[in-house]
Ligand binder design. Structure first.
Ligand code: FE2
Ligand code: FE2
Length: 189
């Protein structure tokens, strides 16, 4: 499946602008990880872009992402891509086998914390966000309380990367490079 088709699916199933931006953020982070590992950025980006496409029609963890799989299959998404998307579910730890599965799990929640950190800055510009501000927010459980810090830690552990030395800087940089597409370039200030 090409990116244009995947983006079409996102636009068809997701109305929420913030959810679309979340999936774009995960796409950019996945592309950066693919480059780091010498893997294919298009295939890593694709699963990131699609991973929550069914959240609005399947808004419970009994349904999401499992019930989205038949739809993606019908649209022609490859089985290995569907497997990676299925593996990001909270109950799917056993399915996180490939490097791509593990990276998706590790970046998913973190993008939410980074977005929230950027949006509380007066400039609303992600390029003004420093690692230490993210760290401060990370340690404040009430801030972006929906972001499960443990998932991110666990993701880093299975991926074998250091959370603060490597993971957060890589994901932040990937998102900063797409500040405009994420509307985190100060245009909301
Ligand atoms: Fe999800
Ligand atoms: Fe997600």
């Amino acid at each position: 499946m090409d990116r244009e088709t995947a983006w079409g699916i996102v636009c068809e199933f997701v109305e929420s602008d913030s959810l679309r931006k979340h999936m774009l953020s995960v796409e950019y982070a996945m592309r950066a990880y693919a480059e780091h590992y010498g893997e294919d950025p298009d295939s890593w980006g694709l699963v990131g872009l699609l991973h929550d496409f069914d959240w609005e029609i399947h808004p419970t963890l009994e349904q999401h992402p499992m019930d989205g799989a038949p739809i993606l299959r019908e649209r022609g998404l490859a089985e290995e891509d569907i497997n990676t998307i299925l593996s990001h579910g909270p109950l799917a730890a056993d399915m996180r086998v490939t490097l791509r599965d593990k990276a998706l799990y590790a970046v998913d929640e973190l993008t939410g914390l980074i977005t929230a950190t950027a949006l509380v800055r007066p400039s609303k510009d992600i390029r003004d966000v420093a690692i230490k501000s993210i760290r401060k927010k990370w340690k404040t459980p009430a801030f972006a309380a929906g972001v499960n810090r443990e998932d991110v830690e666990q993701g880093c552990e299975v991926l074998g990367v250091d959370l603060w030395e490597f993971h957060v800087p890589l994901v932040l940089k990937a998102m900063q490079e797409h500040a405009a597409e994420l509307e985190l370039d100060g245009s909301l200030a």
